[in-house]
Design a protein around this ligand. Structure first.
Ligand code: AKG
Length: 284
């Protein structure tokens, strides 16, 4: 299999969705501009510096991981709402379905939500991570409908030598009997500022770093709104940090009701709580 398909940031959403459905992964060049990337480094750099290496083999004993990203910066809106990322995630996961309410056939569209967030900094000497599917978290069976669309923003250059994410294109089409083999995986090589988008059913893993410097990536996972979030965003992101984001991001952080009725608070859309808190704060 040759390398991953690359698209420009102004690519048509239809084309990106078609690549994702075929290959399960795509690289979007120049996903963020230099200024956005520099400000993310300002906000995340100190946390990475202060972070110890992980303690288990799966997360990598020469790898640093920092989570709770929406609590650490207010600058993730252009990343998580990028038209090719959020647009593709909505197109691929928010498929209309229907339920019967007595004799009424009612169409429903599920929400999507931010599930997990992490900075992943792979240091020289780190070996490769086992290839895995992230939607295995929800014990999904394959092949099947996509319930996760994930992003890896290259905060530094990703190369085959420094631990670029390894991806097996097309592996979301496989069943659960076929094991992934390292020889089938290709590195998501990309300059800083570009991003890899991949589907939850695609086998992938962090690469081996045989270079001199660390590789730094920032990952955000969007899952269907009717699944448990991987990272508990209600605990990870304090309310004032949630309120620093616009409505679309607040809803993605979980302050939303997934039809027909998951996640309510006092039997209402939980977003109304944020609205009440905001207007109470203004009138103080
Ligand atoms: O760091 C990477 O490139 C991928 C990491 C990953 O897939 C994971 O930790 O689950």
């Amino acid at each position: 299999m040759t390398g991953l398909t690359r698209v420009r940031p102004d690519a048509a959403l239809d084309d990106v969705v078609a690549v994702l459905e075929r290959d399960g992964a795509v690289i979007v060049e120049e996903f963020v501009d230099d200024e956005t990337l520099a400000r993310l480094w300002d906000d995340f750099g100190p946390a990475l510096d202060a972070c110890e290496f992980s303690e288990d083999w799966y997360n990598g004993k020469r790898t640093k991981r920092v989570s709770s990203l929406f609590a650490r910066t207010t600058r993730l809106t252009p990343v998580v709402t990028h038209p090719l990322y959020l647009g593709a995630a909505r197109r691929i996961m928010q498929k209309p379905t229907h339920i019967w309410l007595g004799k009424a056939r009612v169409e429903m569209v599920p929400t999507i939500q931010i599930s997990g967030t992490q900075l992943i900094q792979i240091y020289p000497g780190q070996g490769k991570q086992p290839l895995h599917r992230d939607d295995a978290l929800h014990l999904r069976s394959h092949p099947g409908p996509t319930s996760r669309v994930q992003l890896m923003l290259a905060m530094s250059e990703f190369t085959a030598e420094n631990g670029a994410t390894m991806v097996i294109p097309g592996s979301h089409h496989w069943d659960d009997e076929r094991p992934p083999r390292a020889e089938e995986a290709v590195p998501a090589e990309m300059p800083a500022g570009s991003a890899l988008i991949w589907l939850g059913g695609v086998y992938h893993g962090g690469g081996r770093n045989t270079a001199e410097t660390p590789r730094t990536g920032m990952t955000i996972a969007l899952d269907l709104g009717n699944l448990r979030q991987e990272e508990n965003q209600y605990l990870a992101v304090p309310r004032e940090a949630v309120l620093a984001y616009p409505e679309e991001v607040r809803r993605l952080l979980g302050y939303d009701r997934c039809p027909p009725g998951l996640g309510w608070y006092e039997m209402e859309d939980p977003y109304t709580l944020l609205e009440r808190e905001e207007s109470a704060a203004k009138s103080r």
